[in-house]
Design a protein around this ligand. Sequence first.
Ligand code: 45D
Length: 152
Amino acid sequence: AVPATTAMFAELNIDDQLAFLWYAYAELGRTITPAAPGKANLQLMEGIFNQIKQMSHEEQTQLMRDLASNADTPISRSYAYFGVNAKLGFWWQLGEWMKEGIVAPMPVGYQMSTQVKAVLEAVQKIDQSQQITVLRNTVVNMGFDPSLADKK
Ligand code: 45D
């Protein structure tokens, strides 16, 4: 179930990948919040977070699209060095800030595509530890790793 669901995610277009993450965060985030990502991880990201907070909403959205599409940007390169839980923690923090309006929120009236719906339904059918594995698989390949770039 995990590889099949991960493959479904990989076939989504970039905005649909972001939309999937958003709804996964909105649904699973509630249970995840108590086990909030390690403070040490978050501190390593402080420089990047400060930059993000100073960006316009358009720049923030672009940054997230760049991460999801493996664009070669300084932040994409830094992201690639994070461990997998740090990557999840990074997205979790962006999700929190989207809720608070610090990072550009989802557009009002946004409707997910049928493709996103299908991946979410697949994720809802697996148990929670598998769900976290799928989420790890989705965020681990984001960002830009120069040593992998020619293999993609
Ligand atoms: O379509 O350390 C546009 C544990 C318009 C414990 C848009 C854990 C068009 C140990 C605005 C472009 C294992 C629990 C769309 C950690 C359009 C530990 C934009 C796990 C879609 C870390 C969309 C933690 C955008 C876990 C900008 C499982 C979407 C954490 C942005 C999971 C979406 C975190 C964001 C998740 C999603 C975070 C920011 C799933 C964030 C998701």
